[in-house]
Design a protein around this ligand. Structure first.
Ligand SMILES: Cc1ncc(COP(=O)(O)O)c(C=O)c1O
Ligand SMILES: N[C@@H](CCCC[NH3+])C(=O)O
Length: 495
């Protein structure tokens, strides 16, 4: 782990480091104020408190943690994560698969298992990480719209519980993998129910024109179910749908559930195919800004039950759900050290030592966040500010628009809440930036979950022009065999 750079010396209270005496332009209407755990508990981890002006989480001082571990730093409140997991477990669903794409490391997998949840993974990488950490493979569900045949073989060999089939090609590959392993593999069929989630286009997945699943509308879903039935090494255990992420309006969920349940009835009536499981995905929304709403687990599940009831007796089926963000999102915060502070024409630019390499969501989805000074109680009238990263892009924004107190200055520690989901897992090395460490806090103790990447880690991958022998590819330089593309020959055979 690297140590923190010594913080720049903070100027006397009331002045900013780079633009002293600059008059503040008027605050625009409706600008969100900075709000800490006492003002907006909905966006902070459950155990977050202000103690003598310092932010504490899990009984640990954030300034002390930042001094010990450096910044940027992802911090996860174990109590918050586990509490949300239990809320889902008790939500009325028969089975809860935590969507590990939101946040995964060995310790998180163990929390999930300890709270009695199953796991949703969408790659062999996530699967192997969890199983190597002790997660029972029989409780894991695999997703993906383009799973390589080798990946299917690998997870089937290690005893995965369910594979969610996304295409006809994949059904055949999976059948072959199960046959080779001497297993009858449980399969869910992912269908696209033609329902639009009211969310950002990039995270809506259930409409008619999407890459995921078998569209219900053109009869493809039926064809998929019949294809599974044709293979003795497969068992159609369930139907899956997931309409999108960060959903706050239950209407789409209810409609999707109704359509999936209608499809289950059709399979039974028209083909005598009985499925027991309805896995209706994740997507429950959470608050990102003070005053924002959360779609509660019980509400989410009740909407799905209401939809199912339109077509089926809910007692005939087992309902599974796949929350990710709703469990991991508010458990996590990111700590940044403030560097240069610059007053622009309309906004003040508060630069921090991370950016889009550790917080991609603002630039990818124009997602909104808030921030709070974690090392002291700042003073002065609020200024229209934008918290920006250190990357070479104008769109490198961490908190787009916020009213931050006047005397925020170099050396201050900013905490950005609601970064527990889709931050660590979506981090990159843009501008050769090493990825931050992940630390958990609970009961006054901090524990290292993922160490900070070092420049040496990055340098190790730079092979410096090593000559390659194309006839004897080296494992480190060739694609992993289990990720090898389907060959033309294999595709021909399938036709
Ligand atoms: C198939 C599937 N299940 C579950 C999830 C989890 O979504 P969220 O983190 O919004 O709950 C996703 C992500 O959108 C997904 O694609
Ligand atoms: N990565 C997205 C959610 C996509 C979830 C996967 N289908 C986000 O940050 O909101």
């Amino acid at each position: 782990m690297t140590t923190a750079h010594p913080p720049r010396q903070a100027p006397p209270s009331g002045a900013t480091a780079s633009a002293p005496q600059c008059p503040a332009p008027a605050l625009p209407d409706g600008l969100a104020p900075a709000a800490g755990p006492e003002q907006a508990p909905e966006v902070w981890p459950l155990t977050a408190r202000t103690v003598a002006g310092e932010l504490h989480i899990g009984g640990v001082s954030m300034p002390a943690l930042a001094r010990a571990c450096g910044t940027p730093l992802y911090v996860v409140d174990e109590a918050d994560f586990r509490h949300r997991a239990r809320q889902w477990r008790d939500s009325g669903a028969d089975r809860v698969h935590y969507a590990s794409k939101a946040f995964l490391c060995a310790e998180a997998a163990r929390w999930v298992q300890a709270e009695g949840l199953h796991l949703d993974v969408c790659s062999q990488g996530e699967f192997d990480l969890a199983v190597d950490a002790g997660f029972d493979p029989a409780l894991i569900v695999l997703h993906g719209n383009n799973k390589p045949a080798g990946e299917l073989e690998a997870v089937v060999r290690r005893g995965i519980g369910v594979v969610v089939a996304d295409s006809l090609e994949e059904i055949d590959d999976l059948a072959a993998a199960a046959h080779t392993a001497g297993r009858v593999q449980d399969v869910y069929l992912r269908i696209a129910p033609g329902v639009e989630a009211h969310t950002h286009d990039y995270i809506a997945t259930g409409g008619d024109d999407v890459k995921f699943g078998f569209p219900l509308a053109q009869g493809h879903a039926e064809e998929g179910a019949l294809r599974v039935r044709r293979h003795p090494s497969l068992r159609l255990a369930g139907i899956h749908a997931h309409i999108g992420s960060q959903i706050l309006d239950i209407a789409g969920l209810r409609l999707a559930a109704e359509r999936v349940a209608g499809f289950v009835r059709l399979l039974d009536e028209r083909h005598g195919i009985t499925v027991t499981d309805l896995d209706l995905g994740g997507g429950a929304g959470i608050p990102y800004l003070p005053g924002g709403a959360r779609l509660e687990p019980a509400e989410f599940v009740a909407a799905l039950h209401a939809g199912i009831r339109q077509a089926l007796d809910p007692a005939r089926v087992r309902l599974a759900v796949e929350p990710g963000r709703s469990i991991a999102g508010t458990a996590g915060i990111t700590l940044y050290r403030v560097g240069v502070v610059k007053q622009g024409l309309r906004r003040r630019f508060v630069s921090v030592d991370g950016g889009m390499s550790d917080a991609l969501r603002p630039s990818l989805y124009l997602a909104q966040y808030t921030a709070w000074t974690a090392n002291r109680t700042p003073v002065g009238d609020p200024r229209h500010s934008v918290v920006v990263g250190r990357h070479c892009e104008s769109g490198d924004v961490v908190v787009p628009d916020i009213a931050l107190p006047d005397d925020i200055a170099a050396g201050d520690l900013l905490a950005v809440p609601v970064t527990g989901a889709y931050h660590h897992v979506m981090a990159s090395n843009y501008n050769h930036q090493p990825r931050p460490a992940v630390v958990s806090v609970a009961d006054g103790q901090a524990r290292l979950l993922v160490r900070r990447e070092t420049f040496a880690d990055l340098r190790r991958r730079d092979s410096g022009g090593l000559p390659l022998d194309l006839h004897a590819p080296q494992p480190d330089h060739a694609p992993r065999t289990d990720h090898a593309p389907r060959t033309d020959h294999a595709l021909q055979e399938r036709r």
